[in-house]
Design a protein around this ligand. Sequence first.
Ligand code: PMP
Length: 455
Amino acid sequence: SSMYNYTTDQLQDLDTKHYLHPFTDHKKLAEERSRIITRADGIYLWDSDGNRYLDAMAGLWCVNVGYGREEIAEAVNQQIRDLPYYNSFFKTAHPPAIELSRLVCSLAPAHLNRVFFTGSGSEANDTVVRMVRFYWSLKGLPDKKVIISRHNAYHGSTVAAASLGGMQSMHAQGGLPIPDIDYIGQPYWYQDGGDLSPDEFGEKVADELEQKILELGVDNVAAFIGEPIQGGGGVIIPPSTYWPRIQSICDKYQILLVADEVICGFGRTGKWFGSDYFEFKPDVMSIAKGLSSGYVPIGGVLVSDEVASVLIDEGGEFHHGFTYSGHPVAAAAAIANLNILRDEGLVDRVDTETAPYIAEKWQQLSSHALVGEARIVGLIGALELVKDKTTRQFFDDRGAVGTLCRDICFESGLVMRAIEDTMVISPPLCITREEIDELISLVIRCLDQTAERMR
Ligand code: PMP
């Protein structure tokens, strides 16, 4: 773009020389070189050579209101002029952080009325680890430290958040996990369900939580954490029996239920939060991404009235906080973003219009020769590319076909992400019916080309 007076080639050279990317094999990247994205509007991106892409991933599951919203640009511009920075540490606060906390709590489930702000989802989950352990120690039960998570969960990349996550590849680097994190199976029926029906399987994997609590001893367990729908793990939509059973186990043993709403929050499922969609009642919620639609980094942790009362009445000072907790510019962006989501009725529109519309077309993709399962909730969906649809058998070289399909998508002007051989979408919530038609026809074209190139 005009602000940076470089050619694409120069940008790619400098990128290779200086820029370390997240989750990237740099040796490979140096050979293939980066695609340089320069601008965006609505649901579309443009690269430095002028190619247009339909961004079916809303950036990284975050640009819920779509790109190019003037209201957010205006709010950020004004806030930088009024007060670009101040903290909330030493008995100070500022209007944007206060207003955002009010607004977020008004949208969240009724029993969640207090929020701590962070710079990201990882920092939110990092905060959760310390906060839930602090909560139990305040209640005179300092041994209740273990947080139970799930294999293949994604909760972020800081030391604590990556430990909470269930990604083996991440644990293998840097000496993770930290102590007192444990894992149970994930509700991934397509891969692990065997001969069970999805509902039977949902109950079976949820029951692993009870077994794990008994194995560890309830006196040692602080909390269970889960994404309502696992995003980074491959858009794993749990069977309908799963969350009710998890809720009843947490209730029975009185351990805290933490919902990682970083992806599901702020309308992704057609409800404000994934826990609203699945009708469970978290004690603690981590948020980020859709909070500001990614325009400026911000995350947070919401706590229930019960948790807040213990922390506030018994806790004294919680020795925890970030320079950018409640950052005024990020808060201003988030307020403008949430006002758009609410005032334009985008979440309801997903629920009543666009989700049902895309669901029907998405289901039809399961008749494609490569597609073993097509699943979708709200505007988050997945296609399992498989070797054998009838036996739910994956390809031997798992991940290769997904990568091929992902590359074909990019070449065809579509951004879909491949998680191994699972193709996933999570488009901006502002996507229209016409744009959904375009998305679906691009997906079909890319699936056909993938099948062709595999021969
Ligand atoms: N939790 C979930 C469910 C996520 O998907 C992510 C990011 N993809 C995170 C936490 C971490 O958020 P961040 O990258 O903002 O640190």
